[in-house]
Ligand binder design. Structure first.
Ligand code: HEM
Ligand code: FES
Length: 782
């Protein structure tokens, strides 16, 4: 943005509603008292932006701030809608100075020829997307792998410097410098210029997002002017050696092919803005994360015990306390957001940190929960066609820092201190972060090899698969021939996650590679324990044999979940539960719930013999005449065909048991309404690809403006991730529904078991982990 195109600060409501009123209205016009008082440069916002605008999120989600001259947007859905439409909501003001500077400072900047202009983040279409596409390759997870050794080595050597001191300011002594060094390497800046650029970068933040006092403005302007000129010189140097590694050199090479896409003005501006984009965001994000984790010592301990939790913890830190608190957009035509009229020319402050605490999207949003399964839905990286290109580099750095700290300094704690922030609307992180520990207790003193432990980093968004939870076996009870019931509790006696009937957990049977799913069969109202029943299957893949052969009272196990792919519709008129053998586990929890709800239900339970059937007495006591036991050795087989001969209006059938039984049920329910039969699948081959039978297809991503090709040997999910597009996933086998994406056009070859027939026919959503295109191109809302 050129220096002349600065926002004029409005002193009142931009819409003609008369004088300011103390009365709040839901539209924010006339400006309410709290809206009039809103000041993002105040300490309240600086310390905790989502808390500072809680009132707005709850009562007046979109309001006009006369002090700032901006409309402020605070809810998740509204902010996502703004990000999604980059034509109506132009990003052109993203790097504008939020506080206009005085004439003297402007003259200083002009004297340096300062002309910071469009880069990517503030570029409009149609210029932006071709440029983004041209410059994307160095950011893909594949390309980023090359930067991992540097980040790891830097992190290790910086920790070496202070590990014996017992005290450090992590910001000054590590977190400020490493992301800057990584950013400079990523950009391709020659070593000899790094120190100078390091010095200048902070001035740019204050100049753009801060409110420098008039007496500071001139000094800031000099620093920014110098930064600008220096960036130009470095760029000239890079042009001499365009084949050197680095994103800027990549851009220089692209300019040779497409000078109209990668312009001179872009390269010079990006040389300056790129450093800030990659540096402060990541430094601040890590400082925020370490602070938040150490403020929750128990969570910190869990990370130290199980580094597999780190990738999701990074996302939860970015959600709960990210380093970008708010972003900006400019309204290009009269429009509405969340029912509020926004005239063309309105400036928007979209408080992404507030969206990240929106109860409408994140359950118990203020809770810091590193196992939260939708943590990576946060908007700290923005969303849509401008979403942060460097997000996976940032995630990698943050993971590595946390891995190094948790392994080498697990006994680290926060020192007493008051945190200060550089006052600005957007970039947020403590200026200092003092931590302390007892160096005599450094684990490396007992085991020097610990310093150099190899840890593989996961590049990209974390998978729910990685989120493990330790539990202790409280009881092991034989409940039938070859079946044991395990009662699991949390090691600290705290409540375990809540679950609903039909849920299962994954149990690591000795090693993380041998993970098996077991349905929960206890009482969901019992918050302190989870119960599963395990049938010994000598011909199985080893999970049940391990449980039967090894598990004793007092053992620690690692589980994942609970997750539910087999939900009971609680509004049903009637439920028919059908269980075969060990399939009774989820069904027993569902039947208990049906009884508690006062629902009409019947429970059919079949097995070889009563002795081999778990819980028969318990079930009889609870369900009385509603329970029908079909023991084969008593000659009482379950005649499914007779049972389901005629569809029962408003009823659903829930079944779990051997595959043969489930297949027979499909057959018996052919005349029932679609979706009436609900079946629990434990294993599936839905996501297994045979490339010789598949064809490649194209997907157009509407929100991100990308077109990608999914080759025959890749799932859509893998292809999306390789293109840096985040999609949640859990089972990755077409069972759970967590990878659902919205389909706007094209015919889908559905392969999951989640969607009903009519949902498939409607063709408005698909599971990215297994489903593909029938032919031609799919258009997705991503
Ligand atoms: C854009 C945040 C790290 C490069 C953005 C945007 C945000 C953001 C909010 C604007 C998104 C939008 O308008 O939808 C962050 C955070 C980071 C981080 C919180 C660290 C935790 C990085 C790194 C790099 C980077 C390490 C580079 C190596 C970019 C670029 C864009 C961008 C090039 C512009 C993309 C476009 O407009 O097409 N980032 N960023 N960022 N970021 Fe990041
Ligand atoms: Fe579970 Fe795709 S990840 S259905």
């Amino acid at each position: 943005m050129s220096d002349t195109a600065m926002p004029s600060r409005t002193s009142g409501c931009p819409v003609a509603h008369g004088a300011l009123s103390a009365e709040r209205t839901p539209t924010g016009c006339p400006v309410s008292q709290r809206a009039a008082e809103f000041d993002p440069f105040e300490d309240g916002y600086q310390q905790d932006p989502p808390e500072y605008v809680r009132w707005a999120r709850e009562q007046e989600p979109i309001f006009y701030s006369p002090k700032l001259g901006y409309w402020v947007i605070t809810r998740y859905d509204d902010i996502k809608a703004v990000f999604r439409d980059n034509l109506t909501f132009s990003p052109s003001n993203a790097l504008e100075k939020i506080t206009p500077t005085g004439e003297e400072a402007n003259a200083v900047l002009a004297s340096y020829g300062f002309a910071l202009n469009r880069t990517l983040v503030n570029e409009d279409e149609p210029a932006h997307m071709p440029r983004r596409r041209a410059l994307m390759d160095p950011f893909t997870p594949e390309a980023l792998k090359h930067h991992e050794p540097l980040v790891r080595e830097l992190a290790r050597s910086y920790v070496d410097r202070f590990i014996d001191d017992g005290r450090a300011d992590l910001v000054d002594q590590m977190l400020w410098e490493i992301p800057l060094t990584v950013a400079l390497h990523f950009l391709g800046v020659p070593e000899e210029d790094m120190d100078t650029l390091r010095k200048y970068s902070i001035a740019h933040t204050v100049n753009t997002w801060g409110r420098p006092k008039p007496e500071e403005q001139v000094a800031v302007a000099h620093a920014v002017g110098n930064f600008w000129q220096y960036a130009g010189k470095v760029l000239d140097k890079m042009r001499q050696d365009p084949d050197a590694p680095g994103w800027m050199q990549y851009g220089i090479r692209k300019q040779m092919q497409h000078p109209e896409v990668v312009t001179d003005s872009y390269l010079h501006s990006m040389m300056m803005a790129g450093i800030v984009a990659a540096h402060e965001t990541t430094a601040n994000a890590t400082a925020n994360a370490v602070k938040l984790l150490l403020q929750h010592p128990q969570v910190w301990q869990e990370l130290c015990d199980d580094p597999g939790l780190i990738p999701n913890a990074v996302e939860e830190c970015l959600r709960h306390n990210g380093s970008v608190a708010a972003w900006r957009r400019l309204v290009t035509k009269d429009t509405q957001v969340g029912g509020v009229d926004l005239p063309a020319g309105s400036r928007l402050l979209i408080v992404t940190s507030s969206a990240n605490h929106d109860e409408g999207h994140f359950a118990d949003a203020d809770l810091f929960d590193i196992r939260r399964d939708n943590a990576s839905d946060h908007l700290t990286f923005g969303y849509g066609s401008h979403q942060c290109m460097g997000k996976n580099l940032a995630r990698m750095e943050m993971q590595i820092f946390l891995e190094e700290f948790t392994r080498r300094l697990p006994h680290m704690r926060l020192s007493e201190q008051r945190f200060s922030y550089v006052p600005n609307t957007s970039f947020r992180g403590p200026e200092h972060l003092w931590v302390e520990w007892d160096p005599r207790a450094n684990p490396e003193r007992a085991d020097a090899g610990l310093r150099d432990v190899q840890v593989p980093v996961r590049i990209g968004e974390p998978s729910a698969h990685a989120i493990a939870r330790p539990v202790v076996v409280e009881r092991v009870t034989p409940v039938a021939d070859g079946i044991v019931r395990l009662r699991l509790v949390s090691p600290d006696g705290k409540p375990l996650p809540r679950w609903t009937p039909g849920s299962h957990i994954d149990v690591e049977c000795g090693t993380p590679e041998l993970s098996r799913q077991y349905s929960l069969c206890g009482d969901p109202d019992e918050a302190h324990a989870l119960e599963i029943a395990v049938l010994h299957e000598p011909e199985g893949r080893g999970g049940s044999a391990w449980v039967h052969g090894n598990v004793k009272v007092g053992d620690r196990l690692r589980i994942r979940g609970p997750r539910n792919h087999f939900r009971l519709d609680e509004s049903l008129a009637k439920a028919i539960f059908i269980a075969g053998g060990i399939g009774i586990t989820p069904v027993s929890a569902m039947a208990r719930r049906a009884k508690a709800l006062g629902m009409d239900y019947e429970l059919h339970y079949s097995g070889r013999s009563r002795a081999s059937m778990a819980f028969v007495d318990e079930l009889a006591a609870l369900h009385g005449g509603r329970l029908h036991v079909h023991a084969a050795d008593e000659g009482r087989r379950n005649d499914l065909r007779a049972l389901l001969a005629a569809p029962v209006p408003g009823a659903q059938v829930y079944a779990c048991g051997p595959l043969r039984m489930l297949e027979a049920l499909e057959d018996c329910c052919a005349a029932w309404p679609e979706g009436a039969l609900r079946v629990e699948h434990f294993e599936s081959t839905l996501a297994t690809l045979d490339p010789s039978k598949e064809h490649a297809f194209e997907v157009e991503l509407k929100d991100s403006g990308l077109v990608i090709t999914v080759p025959p040997d890749q799932t859509l999910l893998t292809a999306l991730r390789a293109a840096n597009v985040d999609v949640q996933s859990d089972c990755e086998e077409g069972l759970c529904g967590s990878c659902e994406v919205r389909v706007l056009a094209g015919k889908v070859d559905h392969r999951d078991v989640v969607l009903t027939r009519s949902e498939r026919d409607a063709n408005t959503k698909m599971m990215a982990c297994c489903s593909r295109a029938c032919e031609g191109r799919l258009v997705l809302e991503l």
